[in-house]
Design a protein around this ligand. Structure first.
Ligand code: AMP
Length: 306
């Protein structure tokens, strides 16, 4: 299945308790494409950058089958910039700066060839833009997934409510699900969030794995215990890209296949955190990915006679 992606393509500055980098490529759309490209080569990206953006990164995405006809490059303008500092647990972080730059006036115009996607992922970006993308489609994709974050819950709650009604699947983290629902129990939060629109919900719990909710079913996938987390930035987007990429590759959006997709998404995310930015995602081999997925299987493989 082909996949349409909207999200940010950005420069990030990142501080962890152990490392620091002033400028590296990032952005939700960028990480999603890097990750999904391991599974499919039929992807369309709609995004915006300034003419300061790294051309090699764009060439790389193109070489992996990401169509950039819908990527606007604004002459004389600066790319979206985000900066964050991680706490000691490497799970939570403070946003130090969000400079919208080109994103402030971004009008996501879909080229004709983008208008009939089989699957759509609305990466973390202003919900007004997520809505604009859906409104330009000529057919409804088989699956519309979206990501968001506290920034948009605070800034644009009405638009967020509107887009939630238009999607099938929301992918957020535990903190965000508590903020969005106003309750602390994740199970209660899940029913409140599902009542806002999405039939499926994935709540990511960082190093504690992820939960998939659908009707009255819940599936839990662990995260791989890693000896070292170098930089968690983009892990959530990488998870989402791997999840959607796997569903698209296998042409199956059933709940059973979503369980497998969560494992693939988690495996991709476990690579992402090994280096700054999307660097590690560029070098993953098929063998490494299969070994990592096997490690997930082994992690939860036990026998109980009942
Ligand atoms: P993640 O760690 O998966 O939440 O994603 C981090 C990426 O999201 C970074 O590369 C940022 O450039 C991007 N990002 C940060 N804040 C925002 C925002 N408000 N809207 C869209 N993308 C953002």
């Amino acid at each position: 299945m082909n996949l349409l992606v909207i999200g940010t393509v950005a420069f990030d500055a990142i501080e962890t308790p152990f490392n620091k980098i002033e400028k590296i490529t990032g952005g939700s759309g960028n990480y999603i494409c890097h990750s999904a490209a391991h599974f499919i080569n039929d992807m369309n990206l709609v995004a915006v950058v300034g003419d300061d953006f790294d051309q090699d990164e764009l060439k790389y995405l193109k070489s992996k089958g990401v169509n950039l006809d819908g990527l606007q490059i604004k002459a004389g303008e600066k790319s979206f910039f985000w900066s964050g500092r991680y706490h000691l647990n490497m799970n939570s972080r403070d946003t130090l700066a969000t400079d919208l730059n080109v994103l402030a006036n971004f009008d996501p115009i879909l080229p004709e060839s983008y208008k009939q996607p089989e699957m759509l992922i609305l990466g973390n970006i202003d919900p007004h833009l997520q809505i604009k993308v859906i409104e330009q489609l000529e057919n409804r994709p088989q699956l519309i997934a979206m990501d968001t974050m506290n920034f948009w819950m605070d800034q644009t709650p009405e638009a967020l409510d509107k887009v939630l009604k238009m999607v099938d699947l929301l992918i957020i983290n535990d903190e965000e699900s508590r903020q969005l629902s106003g309750v602390s129990s994740l199970v209660k939060a899940a029913s409140i969030i599902k009542s806002k629109g999405p039939k499926y919900l994935i709540i990511k719990k960082g190093e504690h794995g992820a939960l998939l909710f659908h009707e009255n079913r819940i599936f839990f996938a662990p995260a791989l215990p890693l000896e070292e987390v170098y930089d968690p930035t983009g892990a959530g987007d990488t998870f989402a890209g791997g999840f959607m990429g796997y569903l698209a590759q296998t042409n199956d959006i059933s709940f059973e296949n979503m369980k497998r997709a969560i494992i693939y998404g988690s495996a991709m995310a476990s690579f992402c955190v090994e280096k700054f930015g999307p660097e590690r995602l560029k070098t993953i081999t098929n063998e490494e990915l299969q070994d990592r997925v096997q490690a997930f299987v082994n992690l939860v493989d036990f026998n109980i006679e009942l």
